[in-house]
Write a protein that binds this ligand. Structure first.
Ligand code: ADP
Ligand code: MG
Length: 600
């Protein structure tokens, strides 16, 4: 019996769609790329309900003929390559002819398009791969594609979508990736009738400022390098604006956003030891390479790329970034080109003195001042810690620094320090003796656990809130700002006092005790990132996610030297935590080397 049959196109397209369009942001990426491939200089993106009900992209590009307007929805219909050789010289974003066929398989699509030299345009309506209507229409040259009710016939996927705010932030990320590297194209982005972005044509730096705000202009040094293999152009963040995550690292190749761990490492390496541990530079770097030197067999929705000259590119990129960091750092101290700047005469008219910059303090140590938040746990912790200590008194051979620790009686009064010895190893680990063996404690993870536990009992934090001398304003991209609004009630509970000021700005007037002003913005960004990643719906989970980010952001970092009292404080606070051995993000805090193992 024959059992094989050929799938109808509509089904095949739907399956293909799963790969290309996994969520509204996937469709947005394809539509924006098509508009760019069509040579548009103005592209407008409109979404309703985070793309669930409507996604529309309007461009002033080439437009399509009447028959192309039907053909473009066929699988493997493309104007971008004709023969296999073309695969090695691809200059466009798309080339597989899959996107529109896929989108039309899982949505109701209306295409309006007009060639520039035609009198009239045409409208095509297609739903679930079936064209339902086509007729002439008068419209402006270019193309407008409306995608309605995405996944209307794939309920599983539709139900799988996250909250609107989360889907919108994915769309925003796609929008940023595309618009950042094409500052020569004007873009707008409208969501539920609200204009989120209105980006004019301009330079790359203007585009960065258009997206992130004008204050970004002074955060970067320019990078520029041309070699036979690759042309590098872009902006790299000044070390003092480094952040604790990699969200502001944008690498593009031939106009396409890519992820390339090796090249990303090349950029980070250029910063050598300019950055404190765990900090990452921001950058927006565009690379231009001969298309035949890139592996084209990479799926279009994937962001990974392979280069023929990878190791050469690594070196070139690293030295290009190094050069601009070096050149500009030097130039800041001594400007060789314009010695006049060092005439300390009256400031020229129109000259506004620069505000002193906030710099990251790599030795920042939240323990230096005693935190009122920790005092609540001290009494309890002291007891547990003392018990631990008294348990281990037989093991005096394990003493690390002080030759003979004085034994500590249990039930000691609070306030007295445990006299046990501990030592710091590589500014990263606290080594101390426990009854079970020699304990090696990761200081950062330990501190994350302590802060996390404290935050989860939020009343403690409220008590610890500190009014700022000067309010700090934090800015977000529009979609992030919307998301941030959802977090406000929780943040207030943790001791932040903050309120919206305008569409994308929030003013912070008080913070929990151990949060540094200069770390507010990166802290909130990290929270948003974690929040998006987890897409927490339930209160408990959201709260966990927030406390985890807050703990991660404020904990003392590995690489920070600690005074003996600070280590003692960490130890006693840590052992007061019910889950002292795992960090909030599930990492191991304590390693114990048993005496038997040592004997060996
Ligand atoms: P690909 O981009 O891989 O060629 P698509 O399915 O995305 O495949 O598009 C199919 C074809 O439709 C394109 O090759 C192009 O000729 C045409 N097309 C799509 N979008 C536009 C647009 N905005 N303007 C002009 N032509 C377009
Ligand atoms: Mg395409």
């Amino acid at each position: 019996m024959d059992i094989i049959n050929i799938l109808p196109d509509s089904v095949a397209n739907q399956i293909a769609a799963g790969e290309v369009v996994d969520r509204p942001a996937g469709a947005v990426k394809e539509l924006l790329e098509n508009a760019m491939d069509a040579g548009a200089t103005q592209i407008d993106l409109v979404v309703k309900d985070a793309g669930r009900t409507l996604l529309q992209v309007i461009d002033n590009g080439s437009g399509m003929s009447d028959s192309d307007a039907r053909l473009c929805f066929e699988r493997h219909a493309t104007s971008k390559i004709h023969r296999s050789d073309d695969l090695f010289s691809i200059q466009t974003m798309g080339f597989r002819g899959e996107a529109l066929a896929s989108i039309a398989a899982i949505a109701q699509v209306e295409l309006r398009t007009r060639l520039h030299d035609s009198e009239l345009g045409t409208v095509v309506n297609i739903e679930g791969s079936h064209i339902t209507d086509q007729h002439p229409v008068s419209c402006t040259p270019g193309t407008s594609i409306s995608v309605k009710n995405l996944f209307f016939n794939v309920p599983a996927r539709r139900n799988f979508l996250k909250k609107d705010s989360v889907e919108l932030s994915h769309i925003e990320e796609v929008f940023k990736r595309v618009s950042l590297i094409h500052p020569d194209i004007a873009f707008t982005f409208n969501s539920n009738g609200k204009m989120l972005y209105d980006l004019k044509q301009g330079s790359l730096l203007q585009r960065i400022a258009g997206i992130y705000g004008n204050h970004y202009k002074e955060r970067f040094y320019e990078v520029e390098e041309s070699t036979d293999i690759v042309r590098v152009r872009g902006f790299v963040g000044k070390p003092e604006y480094a952040r604790r995550n990699r969200t502001e690292q944008y690498l593009f190749v031939n106009g396409r956003f890519i992820k390339h761990p090796a090249l990303a490492a090349a950029v980070e390496r250029a910063y050598d030891d300019m950055l404190p541990e765990g900090s990452h530079p921001s950058y927006f770097i565009g690379l231009q390479v001969d298309p035949s030197r890139i592996d084209v067999n990479i799926h279009p929705t994937k962001t990974e790329v392979k280069f023929v000259d990878e190791s050469a590119m690594f070196s070139i990129l690293r030295s290009a970034v190094k050069k601009s960091l070096g050149v500009f750092t030097l130039a800041n101290q001594l400007s060789f080109d314009t010695p006049d700047e060092f005439n300390f005469g009256p400031a020229p008219t129109g000259y506004t003195p620069k505000q002193p910059q906030v710099t990251l303090d790599p030795t920042y140590n939240p323990f230096r001042s005693s935190s009122p938040g920790t005092s609540n746990v001290k009494r309890g912790s002291q007891n547990i810690y003392s018990t631990l200590l008294s348990n281990m008194q037989g093991d005096s051979s394990m003493d690390a620094v002080e030759p003979s620790p004085s034994p500590i009686p249990t039930g000691e009064s609070a306030g007295e320090k445990p006299a046990n010895s501990c030592l710091q190893f590589q500014n990263r680990y606290i080594v101390t003796a426990l009854s079970s063996g020699l304990a090696i404690i990761d200081q950062q993870r330990a501190h994350e656990r302590i802060i996390f536990d404290r935050l989860m009992r939020s009343t403690d934090c409220k008590a610890a809130a500190q009014t700022l001398m000067f309010p700090v304003s934090c800015q977000f991209t529009p979609a992030d700002a919307e998301l941030f609004n959802e977090l406000l009630p929780d943040l207030r509970e943790y001791g932040f006092e903050l309120s919206p000021a305008g569409q994308c700005t929030f003013v912070v007037t008080a913070t929990p005790h151990d949060v540094k002003e200069s770390e507010l913005q990166p802290l909130f960004e990290q929270m948003l990132l974690d929040y998006k990643g987890a897409a927490m719906q339930k209160f408990n989970d959201r709260r966990r996610s927030l406390c985890t980010s807050l703990a991660r952001q404020t904990a003392v970092r590995g690489g920070t030297p600690l005074a003996p009292e600070e280590m003692q404080q960490i130890l006693s606070d840590l052992f007061a935590c019910p889950m002292a051995d795992t960090s909030p993000s599930g990492k191991r805090i304590i390693s114990i080397i048993k005496p038997e193992e040592l004997f060996k």
